[in-house]
Design a binder for this molecule. Sequence first.
Ligand code: NAP
Length: 458
Amino acid sequence: MANYQSINPYTNETFATYDHPTATQIEEALTLTHALYKKWRHEAVSERAQQLHQIADKLRSEKAEMAKIMTLEMGKLLKESEEEVLLCANICDWYADHGEALLAPTPLPSSLGNAYYLKQATGVVLACEPWNFPLYQVIRVFAPNFIVGNPIILKHAHNVPGSAKLTAQLIHRAGAPEGSLINLFLDYDQIAQVIADPRIQGVALTGSERGGASVAESAGKELKKSTMELGGNDPFLVLADADHDQLVKVLADARTYNMGQVCTSSKRIIVVKEKYDEVLSILKSVFSSLKPGDPLKATTTLAPMNSQGAKDKLQRQVDLGVANGAKIFYQYPKIDEKGAFFSPAILTDIAPDNPIFDDELFGPVAEVYKVEDDQAAIELANNSSYGLGSSVISSNHDHAAKVSAQIETGMTVINGRWITAPELPFGGVKKSGYGRELSQLGLYAFVNEHLVIDVTQK
Ligand code: NAP
């Protein structure tokens, strides 16, 4: 893609377009960020921690402006955009509060001498980010690297350029030094050129397998460290002892938050036979009570998808699934709006040989599976190319913990849907990628664990 345009998916109208940077602008960005990396090497972490608190404050004070552009560009409910801005402020505060201690040298008991390792910055990191959480995806990479001392060059998704631009402006307006984060509207060839530049020392991508494979290939060719946060087909296991009220609470938005466009959204709802009808009935009640409309309005609960193209792709996937034996248990009536609205649907009877069985359906479609028992639920959950998140719903904690340990995903939430917080690591296994963001694991993603040993001190 990389044709940067702001198109409001509620109206399908284009309201801004942006040009790719010139070679000179790219060179300036690399020079500035690299110079800042060199400067930061001599500065105390505490100074950046102070600046990161200021960035958190700025995000809170400019919440309305940031939330509005995100909703205008990718259609999410304004309330969800506002929650996202506040979450990002908390992420900044968390790294500002904990970063310095987490970066302290780690002693290494050794008979060879006094040994320890430092955790040092490595250089400029290129962040390639998706549109689904326009601010959060950026802050997940920016905040820890800011504390470490790695400046960021941001290549955001083609459909959220205004959000990318405002993010960079807010960071700057908060008092962060020039070059802390530079936003460039790069095309794909320019991404490869930037990755090849020796001043770039790391590449972080959140997005699809397609984007991940391409950027990881460029990074691998240049021997640059990378983290890949990719797609998911998250299983949501409902066990026989699941509590009804808990199920109602969790299913209320497990598949519709952000219009289902969450990597860790509960896409495959795997239910033991005793609970199958109950789960279908709860989901139907949730889906049928949604209210479509302008995502900027507080009364709207059914937002458009992020683009007409995304809506059309989801429709093709549903049609393919149905043509191969899946059944539509329920679908929301046709929505009389001109934007990229998809009527939320509940699919059942998806056999393993259905071509959509192993696909990520990135929108408001719940795929519900009926299984005999826990073992069958675990096997189905693990029968996926993906391994990002999962949920286990059970009123017996030991039961839930035992099942959770057998699921091949990077994250499992017991009695809840997907979750994210600054202190919790985020990431997956299999085709969901590698590396972790957030928590101390995210802080160390692009750190040089620099061994120092004094052999005269034993
Ligand atoms: P995407 O197409 O892979 O885009 C992600 C970023 O990579 C964008 O900036 C995109 O730029 C760029 N990109 C895509 N193809 C590229 C290529 N061949 N060369 C260089 N750059 C490329 O992802 P998406 O479909 O927009 O985002 C949704 C996906 O992200 C879903 O699969 C979702 O599950 C996943 N996701 C994962 C996580 C996680 O933490 N694991 C979180 C959120 C979303 P353009 O926009 O210009 O194409």
